[in-house]
Design a protein around this ligand. Structure first.
Ligand code: LER
Ligand code: MN
Length: 277
């Protein structure tokens, strides 16, 4: 099982991230804990030196499976579904600006809250049309570079657009791009999915990346989710990607990251042979 953990390259308001800023020492710490990769949350590629970032991760033998984009929403209010066309265009442009670094890193680009919410005065139908149009533009721009995008179903307390995997699969059908898949997140699935394992199995090969946290958004093992069943379902789809930790830095960042990898490595040995990537 390939394990990564989220590192935000800069300070950010979003709380469920163990490590923020201070890239070199945090990457060093993450590698030292035994992780195979680091998922980078980057608000704007203009703020980072991609060559230096890649040097840091490759010096530590880590991969970058994914790039998170949600801070462009959280810190700047960019979204694919804003009633203001210039904001929607800026969100598309920002997403496309991640493509060169994603191509170099071999990372998927995550579309989480950058999709936005249905704002007052906008119908759900209109928001979905804008969302489909934006994703089609981003996928078309990413495709020649071999870059894939993932849409993350996010629970009702954060957005009104695409809360569960069924809605995510319907959206993929509408977008109609082979380089677009889904990124389930166990924290959101615990709130929205009727039976988490069945929902995962229904995605088949459309899962391109995976976020893991426990029911309370602490590290896996700190809540009540049934991870043996969830991960068995994930790998039964043929999933070969990373399982990426996105959880609260509680009781503190180092402890959460250490507890997570210890729990998941112990669990790995119990998964049926051939069912882990
Ligand atoms: C981001 O991956 C996520 O899971 C969301 O909760 C962001 O708000
Ligand atoms: Mn997530």
């Amino acid at each position: 099982m390939k394990l990564s953990i989220v590192l935000s390259t800069h300070a950010a308001r979003f709380q469920a991230v163990a490590f923020k800023g201070d890239c070199e020492s945090n990457v060093n710490k993450i590698a030292g804990l035994g992780y195979d990769g680091v998922e980078l949350a980057i608000r704007d590629p203009k703020l980072v030196d991609g060559t230096e970032l890649l040097r840091i991760v490759s010096d530590h033998w880590l991969k970058v499976p994914a790039i998170g984009t949600g801070q462009a929403w959280g810190e700047e209010g960019l979204s694919f579904t804003d009633p203001d066309a210039t904001v929607r265009a800026a969100a598309v442009e920002r997403t496309i600006s991640h493509v060169p670094f994603a191509a170099r890193a071999g990372a998927v680009i995550v579309i989480g809250l950058l999709r936005g919410i249905v704002k007052p005065g906008v119908t759900h139908v209109q928001a979905m049309d804008w969302l489909v149009d934006a994703l089609q533009r981003c996928c078309a721009a990413a495709r020649p570079h071999g870059v894939r995008l993932v849409l993350e179903p996010i629970c009702r307390y954060e957005t009104t657009l695409i809360n569960n995997l069924t809605q995510g699969l319907d959206l993929l059908d509408r977008v109609g791009a082979e380089n677009m898949g889904l990124m389930p997140d166990t924290f959101h699935m615990n709130i929205e999915e009727p039976i988490i394992e069945d929902s995962i199995r229904a995605c088949g090969d459309r899962i391109f990346h995976f976020h893991i946290a426990d029911s309370n958004r602490w590290y896996p093992g700190a809540g009540h989710l049934d991870f043996p069943r969830i991960l068995e379902a994930l790998f039964s789809t043929g999933y070969q990607g990373f399982v990426s930790g996105e959880f609260m830095p509680l009781p503190d960042a180092d402890t959460s990251a250490r507890q997570s990898i210890a729990f998941l490595r112990a669990l790995e040995s119990q998964l049926p042979a051939g069912s882990k990537s």
